[in-house]
Design a protein around this ligand. Structure first.
Ligand SMILES: Cc1cc2nc3c(=O)[nH]c(=O)nc-3n(C[C@H](O)[C@H](O)[C@H](O)COP(=O)(O)O)c2cc1C
Length: 321
């Protein structure tokens, strides 16, 4: 097995094990949140570069849920044609493409947001999934990581709510559960439900429990990144890991979580070298590796990695891009 082997999730054939993770490209987007030619070009370059699958950047469900003014949006139908142009472009290169659906959260603590407001946001997520399908994507990724709204709701430190969105035993992901249950009908064999979760929410043990719940809910693909570590979101706390583990702690969380679920797992962070990605995949430590900053530097990272692989191993292999 190599990083260049394909992998089928439902009916979607992911061309190889290297994925473009969501990366907001603020400089390519205006205040209106519409997709630009420049943005389409970036995704075209990555598709041409051989990525196994593309996850389009954090796309906001509500105007007041943006991370920054120049983030792309999906809160009404006028966004569909622009988003469709990204999906169409990736399809030209036979590259599966899903889109990350996001709400940044609020300045107030999650515990103080009214239940009605969360009901409203839940509806916005549902509508966003439908729009993503209309735009021709092969699936969506729920942004449930990085201290944003859903990550806060998944954190037992932050989410002290007592209502239906609160954390309960065997139901730590109440908001996500409702969202997944209300949209089950759109996730057919040609539409992937991917979930980007915090592996540390706030500890890795919590992350493992969350992953198991998401698997039971029918998530098709799990993407393990970082979560809400402490009450102070600016302070990044690394989890304990064996000294012998040679790569980043967020990758380590993905590797550990994979041991507890049967669904495929994407790991991410600081993978730049072909040999590191190959080590993770060839030893079945992860199913996919996402390469973010590495692809900003080289949109053709997979083609480059192919040459690296042949040079390093002295073996020629055929790769279909
Ligand atoms: C410029 C930039 C934009 C990012 N945008 C997003 C985003 O939209 N959604 C998300 O979940 N993560 C986002 N991330 C995090 C990346 O997806 C990824 O997890 C992180 O960069 C670590 O992987 P890397 O070391 O391969 O870059 C962003 C990171 C960078 C550097």
């Amino acid at each position: 097995m190599t990083i260049f082997d394909s992998y089928k999730v439902k009916n979607i054939e992911i061309k190889n094990r290297i994925i473009l993770p969501p990366l907001v490209r603020f400089s390519k987007v205006g205040r209106d949140g519409l997709v630009t030619e420049d943005l389409v070009e970036w995704y075209r370059d990555v598709a041409m570069g051989g990525a196994g699958m593309i996850i389009v950047e954090a796309t906001c469900v509500a105007e007041d849920g943006k991370l920054r003014h120049n983030q792309i949006g999906i809160w009404n139908d006028t966004f569909i044609p622009g988003l469709k142009s990204i999906a169409d472009e990736c399809k030209k290169y036979n590259t599966p493409v899903i889109i990350q659906i996001h709400h940044a959260g609020f300045k107030e603590e999650i515990a103080t947001i009214t239940e009605e407001k969360l009901d409203e946001i839940l509806e916005m997520f549902i509508k966003a999934f439908h729009r993503a399908k209309k735009a021709g994507f092969d699936g969506i990724e729920i942004h449930g990581a990085h201290t944003y709204l859903i990550s806060q709701l998944n954190s037992r430190l932050w989410n002290t709510r007592k209502d239906k969105y609160g954390i309960k035993k065997n139901n730590r992901v109440a908001f996500s559960k409702m969202l997944i249950e209300k949209t089950r009908d759109i996730f057919d064999e040609n539409f992937i439900l991917c979930y980007r979760m915090g592996g540390n929410e706030p500890t890795l043990e919590d992350g493992i429990e969350i992953a198991k719940e998401l698997e039971l809910l029918g998530v098709d693909l799990l993407h393990v990144s970082s979560g809400v570590p402490l009450l102070d979101i600016k302070q990044e706390v690394k989890i304990e890991m064996p000294i012998a583990f040679p790569l980043d702690w967020v990758i380590y969380m993905g590797v550990e979580i994979k041991k507890h679920v049967k669904i495929p797992v994407i790991g991410v962070r600081k993978i730049k070298e072909e040999k590191d990605a190959s080590w993770l995949i060839e030893n079945d430590l992860l199913d996919f590796v996402a390469v973010g900053r590495g692809m900003i530097a080289r949109p053709d990272w997979v083609r480059w990695a192919h040459k690296e692989y042949e040079r390093r191993t002295g073996t020629k292999i055929r790769v279909d891009y």
